[in-house]
Design a protein around this ligand. Structure first.
Ligand code: PLP
Length: 272
């Protein structure tokens, strides 16, 4: 079980993210991850997607003032240990999330914040309005204890081209720290090789975190799952490196089990 150091209770983890009805990504994946790792999950919805395992057909933002209302109502009651931010949908929603987190940061018991800067689904569909990228970079990144971009997302945040190898990925992880997050995990899943090598940059330098590359087609939602695992595991670990290592182990197990699943991918979901 994930338990916080200070209190012997299951970690209360909040996901601020979009819905994926197919259950592989978004808040559905986040809540499953929190539960699997012994946490208690809460969820604030930022948007709905119409989505199957093969792609996204529509994205519908939750009005920004309703995102604010969800967050303020929750935080007025629930002591949240860890927050994971996923799809923020559009600029108004991203701003609303940043505003509430800034207020929260002023408090003594502020939660750990993990930002997964979700922009485009693997299927190629946009999950974040283009004008929200600047809000993500300027307002949300400085509030994050850990940001978890893949290579294309790191490149957008830095305004440069995607890293082509591990050394460039490590340099980009370090460069991201200048935008304000406490730690930056640049995920190397888009690079070739027998291992998935992620670069974790923090105040003490960069460490490479390796995991075997699992051969499966069922990788939808891996980013959501990893960032949620990092958030829920951090309170019981001494630093980000051990927490991210444990999160990667959990993800490797989930990927190994993925081929047992018979969920979608047959083409029927995109029919009339
Ligand atoms: N749907 C939602 C709501 C998401 O947050 C994400 C990823 O963060 C996705 C879909 C896409 O997942 P993937 O790119 O792993 O297919």
């Amino acid at each position: 079980l994930s338990r916080t150091r200070a209190h012997d209770h299951p970690v209360v983890a909040l996901t601020v993210a979009g819905s994926d009805p197919s259950g592989g990504a978004g808040i559905q994946a986040d809540l499953k991850t929190f539960a699997a790792l012994g946490g208690y999950g809460c969820a604030v919805l930022t948007g709905l997607t119409a989505q199957s395992t093969t792609g996204v057909t529509r994205v519908h933002p939750v009005p920004a003032d309703m995102v604010t209302a969800q967050l303020e109502t929750l935080f007025a009651d629930v002591a949240v240990d860890a927050v994971k931010i996923g799809m923020t949908t559009d600029a108004a929603v991203a701003r609303a999330v940043a505003a509430v987190l800034r207020d929260l940061r002023a408090g003594a018991d502020r939660p750990v914040v993990v930002l997964d800067p979700v922009m485009v689904a693997t299927s190629g569909d946009r999950l974040l309005a283009a004008d929200a990228e600047a809000v993500l970079r300027d307002e949300l990144l400085p509030l994050a204890d850990l940001v978890t971009p893949n290579l294309p997302e790191a490149a957008v945040l830095l305004g440069i081209s995607p890293a082509r190898d591990a050394a460039e990925a490590a340099a980009q992880a370090t460069a991201l720290l200048r935008l304000g997050p406490g730690h930056a995990l640049v995920k190397g899943g888009h690079l070739d090789g027998p291992q998935a090598v992620d670069q974790l940059a923090g105040p003490d330098g960069v460490v490479a975190l390796r995991a075997p590359r699992v051969a499966t087609r069922n990788t939808h939602g891996t980013g959501c799952t990893l960032s949620s695992a990092c958030a829920v595991l951090r309170p019981a670990h001494d630093g980000w490196a051990p927490a991210v290592r444990a999160a990667k182990e959990y993800l490797t197990g989930a990927l190994r089990a993925a081929d047992d699943l018979v969920v979608g991918g047959t083409g029927t979901a995109s029919g009339p």
